[in-house]
Design a protein. Structure first.
Length: 316
């Protein structure tokens, strides 16, 4: 696969990277593998911090950027900034990938929830060395999804999608009750939490549905090593998304099931097992070229979970 460069239209996107950041001097290349982590829809990089910390401690160079127009909506002049097209989400992710690829010989990509779908879309555009897909949302069919979900396409009709939004409901993808209370409090006081925003706009969901259709069509062309981590009780996306990845990806993924968490695997009861499984996968697929000193870990703390390090299942 030949990697193309970001289109010129990317320069006009908020949060885009300067052109000179894409091509640093060859002498600046770092022998360590790099990892690009992509957060979920209308969320922020906080949900990726436990995984980023574990991978940095293992010696990887990790970037978990915020992507304007895809993450939490910001206010501009009293009005929310418009939601970007999913093609722009992919272009921004590709720009971050290109910076890492210019400095590192191997770059893995990981994502959570819709971030996993974005990681798949990126793998269709860039030569990622490996993929880590957590709580992949190719289908919104979890046990907590309203049966009215099938009527959602009606909200995508303009101009409805420009002003409609949908409030997130408990359990917010969190099985741990103490952690769920912390997330709920943050959503009330700040309208955003480590588990995402309090509301999802119809415009964001419309672009997400377009990206899902594009990715599903391209799954057979993705042949790189892939790790799939999913909760058996995922409240947002049921097992159907995993089964589709197993059936249609061009390379059979390594699948692990977790039985004591909901959708937010990086934050919930089994977050230690989740992050360690991801670390072990990368160490096997992208080992360090030589012993290196681990980067300083991101300082990120959560209320202590009640049932960490519980066993999980692996399926080829």
């Amino acid at each position: 696969m030949v990697a193309s460069h970001p289109s010129s239209s990317l320069r006009s996107l908020p949060g885009s990277l300067p052109t000179d950041a894409i091509t640093p001097p060859a002498a600046a290349r770092d022998p360590r593998p790099a990892v690009l982590l992509l957060h979920g829809l209308c969320a922020n990089p906080l949900e990726m911090m436990p995984l980023a910390r574990t991978l940095r401690e293992a010696g990887y160079v990790v970037e978990a950027p915020a992507l304007p127009g895809y993450g939490v909506a910001v206010e501009r002049g009293g009005r929310k900034a418009p939601v970007a097209r999913f093609e722009d989400w992919v272009a921004l992710a590709a720009a971050h990938f290109d910076v890492l690829a210019a400095r590192h010989e191997r770059v893995a990509v990981g994502g959570l929830s819709m971030g996993s779908v974005l990681a798949l879309a990126l793998a269709m555009k860039r030569p990622a060395a490996a993929l880590m897909l957590l709580s992949t949302s190719l289908h919104f069919d979890g046990w907590n999804v309203s049966p009215w979900r099938r009527l959602l396409p009606l909200a995508y009709v303009p101009p409805l999608r420009q002003w409609l939004s949908f409030r997130e409901q408990p359990p917010y993808g969190i099985k741990n009750e103490r952690l769920r209370a912390w997330v709920a409090q943050a959503m009330v006081s700040e309208h955003v939490s480590a588990a995402g925003a309090a509301e999802l706009s119809a415009a964001s969901l419309h672009q997400a549905s377009r990206m899902i259709r594009s990715v599903r069509a391209g799954l057979p062309g993705i042949t790189i090593p892939t790790l799939v981590l999913h909760a058996s009780e995922d409240d947002v996306s049921g097992p159907r998304s995993v089964l589709e990845l197993q059936r249609r990806l061009g390379n059979t993924p390594e699948v692990h099931w977790f039985h004591h968490s909901y959708h937010m695997l990086t934050l919930d009861n089994e977050r230690s097992a989740v992050t360690q499984t991801a670390r072990d996968f990368l160490l096997n697929r992208l080992p360090m070229a030589s012993p290196s000193t681990a980067s300083s870990a991101v300082q990120f703390t959560l209320p202590t979970p009640l049932n960490e390090d519980l066993p999980h299942e692996q399926h080829a």
